[in-house]
Ligand binder design. Structure first.
Ligand code: COA
Length: 451
C-alpha cells in the first residue's frame, strides 16, 4: 500500500483516492494501462521500461487497494518559433474499462493541468490515441504528421543527385555517443521538437524492444558522415521476408535526421535503396515529408496525413511571449476556455519591430501580450464577464477557443485553415491574414519524439 503522504488532496468521483506513485507502487500504479490498452508487460519488459516510467511523475486513482486509473507527465523543453518553452507532456493515460465514463479522467485532468500551471509549465502537449478525448480539455492539433509506403521499384528522384557523404552502421552504444549532437541541430530550429534526455535516447529511440521487433523486425542504426564528420543518421527496422519470387523484406523508417537538407535526402536515398527490400514505409514525418517534393512521382508514396502533437495553452502570456513572430502587428483575440476559465477573455498580442534585427526576415520579433478583459466572452458577440471597456469589445479581431490558439501556436496550422474549418471567426476583415503573417514559422513544425 502507498503511504498516506502520497495522497493528493483533490476531489475524485466515487470515493477514489488519487496518489502519486512511489518507486514501490509504480508498477501497480500503471497497471490500469494493461486493461485499457490490452497489453501486458513481461517482467523483462517492465525492467526495460521502468526507468522511463520512473521519471514520469505518475499518479493513480485507487479504489481501496486497487489502482483503477493512471496518468503520467514528462517535462520537456519544446522548440517554438525563435525560442523554447517548458512543456508538460501528458502520457500513460488509462482508466480500467470497469471504471470508464464516471468522470475519473476529468478529475485527473483537473489536477494535472492545475499542477502544470503551478510548476510553470505554460503549455501541455501529448500524442493522442483518440483525439476527441483531449479536444474537450482544450488541446489543439499543433503539428501534422505524415506516413508513407512505397514500393522500392517505384522510387525515382526528380533531380539526379550525387551523394554528399557515406553511411556507416553503428551499434546502440556508438549511436548514443553520436546521434544526440546531430539531433540537437534540428531540435534547435524545428518548432515542435522536444529535448531528449539520456533515458529517451537509450530506452526509447535506440532500444530494440522485443514487442516491436516481433512485428517490424530488428532495429538498425546508421550514421551519415561527410568527410568523416557525423552529420545525419537513420533509425529503421527490417522485417525479412522471402517467397517463391525471391526476397521481399520491408523497411520501416523510424527516424531520419540530416544536419542539412542535402544530408537528409542523402540518408533517404540510402534507405530507399537497401538490397533485398521491396517496400519502405515512413512514420510520423513532417507534412509534407521532404520526399514528397524530392521524388519524380510523389503520389507513389501514398502519403497519409494525420494528427501529430496536440498542444494546450495554460498561460497565454508566458506561451505567446516565449515565441518570436514573423511580422509586426496588433491582434486582439477573444478566447473561450471552458476547462481553464482563467484564460477566457480578451487578449492583445502586439508585435513590434525586431529592434537591432529589424532587417532580418523570419520569426525574430518578440511580442507583448496583455489581457484587456477577463471572463467567458462567449463567441458570437457575448459580453465579457468583467465589464470590459467599450474599446476592448469594439476592437476584437478574432474569436476562437483556447484549443484553436494551441493549434496555431507553433505555426503548424494556419488561422486561415482554422477559419475555413469554422473554428476561428474573423471579426475584423483582414485579421486572419495578419495573424498568419505574424505566426508564420521559419520551418514547418514537426515532432519526432513519441512519449
Ligand atoms: C479514454 C479514457 C482515458 C477516458 O477515461 P474516463 O474516466 O472514462 O473519462 P471521463 O469519464 O472522465 O470522461 C471525460 C470526458 O471525456 C469524454 N470521453 C471519454 N472517453 C472518450 C472517447 N474515447 N472519445 C470521446 N470522448 C470521450 C467523456 O464523454 C467525458 O465528457 P464530458 O465530461 O463532457 O461528459 C478511458 O476510456 C481509457 O482509458 N480508454 C482506453 C485507453 C486510452 O485511450 N487512453 C488514452 C491514451 S492517449
Amino acid at each position: 500500500m502507498t503511504e498516506p503522504t502520497e495522497r493528493i488532496d483533490v476531489p475524485m468521483p466515487d470515493g477514489l483516492v488519487l496518489r502519486r506513485a512511489t518507486p514501490e507502487t509504480l508498477r501497480a500504479s500503471l497497471s490500469p494501462l494493461h486493461a485499457a490498452f490490452a497489453e501486458a508487460w513481461s517482467d523483462q519488459e517492465w525492467i526495460d521500461r521502468s526507468e522511463v516510467y520512473a521519471t514520469a511523475r505518475v499518479v493513480a486513482a485507487w479504489e481501496g487497494d486497487e489502482p483503477v486509473a493512471t496518468a503520467g507527465v514528462e517535462t520537456f523543453t519544446l522548440t517554438v518559433p525563435g525560442g523554447e518553452i517548458a512543456a508538460a507532456g501528458l502520457t500513460l493515460v488509462g482508466v480500467k474499462p470497469s471504471h470508464r465514463r464516471r468522470g475519473i479522467l476529468r478529475a485527473i485532468m483537473r489536477q494535472q493541468l492545475d499542477e502544470y500551471l503551478v510548476r510553470g509549465e505554460a503549455v501541455s502537449i501529448l500524442w493522442a490515441s483518440e483525439a476527441a478525448i483531449y479536444q474537450r480539455f482544450g488541446y489543439g492539433l499543433a503539428t501534422l504528421a505524415s506516413t508513407f509506403e512505397i514500393e522500392r521499384t517505384q522510387v525515382a528522384f526528380a533531380r539526379p543527385g550525387g551523394t554528399v557523404g557515406r553511411m556507416r552502421m553503428v551499434d546502440a552504444a556508438e549511436a548514443l555517443r553520436l546521434f544526440p549532437a546531430i539531433y540537437e541541430r534540428i531540435r534547435d530550429v524545428v518548432p515542435g521538437s522536444l529535448t531528449r534526455d539520456e533515458n529517451t535516447w537509450r530506452l526509447g529511440v535506440l532500444f530494440d524492444a522485443s514487442y516491436f521487433a516481433a512485428n517490424e523486425g530488428p532495429k538498425f542504426l546508421a550514421v551519415h558522415e561527410t568527410d568523416g564528420t557525423p552529420d545525419g543518421y537513420a533509425v529503421y527496422r527490417i522485417k525479412a521476408g522471402w517467397d517463391q519470387r525471391g526476397p521481399r523484406s520491408e523497411v520501416t523508417v523510424r527516424e531520419v535526421v540530416g544536419g542539412t537538407p542535402a544530408v537528409e535526402i542523402d540518408v533517404w536515398r540510402w534507405l530507399l535503396d537497401l538490397d533485398l527490400v521491396t517496400k519502405i514505409s515512413g512514420f510520423r514525418l513532417p507534412t509534407p515529408p521532404p520526399l514528397l517534393l524530392a521524388l519524380a512521382e510523389p503520389r507513389r508514396l501514398g502519403v497519409t496525413v494525420g494528427d501529430g502533437l496536440w498542444l494546450r495553452i495554460l498561460d497565454p502570456v508566458a506561451a505567446l511571449e516565449a515565441r518570436r513572430y514573423a511580422a509586426p502587428g496588433v491582434l486582439v483575440i477573444r478566447m473561450t476556455d471552458d476547462f481553464c476559465p482563467w484564460n477566457a477573455g480578451t487578449w492583445r498580442i502586439e508585435v513590434g519591430d525586431a529592434g537591432p534585427d529589424a532587417a532580418r526576415a523570419g520569426a525574430c520579433r518578440p511580442a507583448r501580450v496583455t489581457r484587456l478583459a477577463a471572463g467567458a466572452g462567449a463567441t458570437g458577440g457575448g459580453a465579457d464577464a468583467t465589464s470590459p471597456g467599450a474599446d476592448a469589445r469594439a476592437e476584437v479581431d478574432l474569436e476562437l477557443d483556447v484549443a484553436d490558439l494551441g493549434a496555431a501556436y507553433l505555426g503548424g496550422v494556419r488561422f486561415a485553415d482554422l477559419a475555413a474549418a469554422a473554428r476561428v471567426r474573423e471579426v475584423r476583415p483582414g485579421a486572419v491574414a495578419l495573424a498568419d503573417a505574424m505566426f508564420l514559422p521559419d520551418r514547418t513544425p514537426a515532432c519526432s519524439t513519441m512519449f
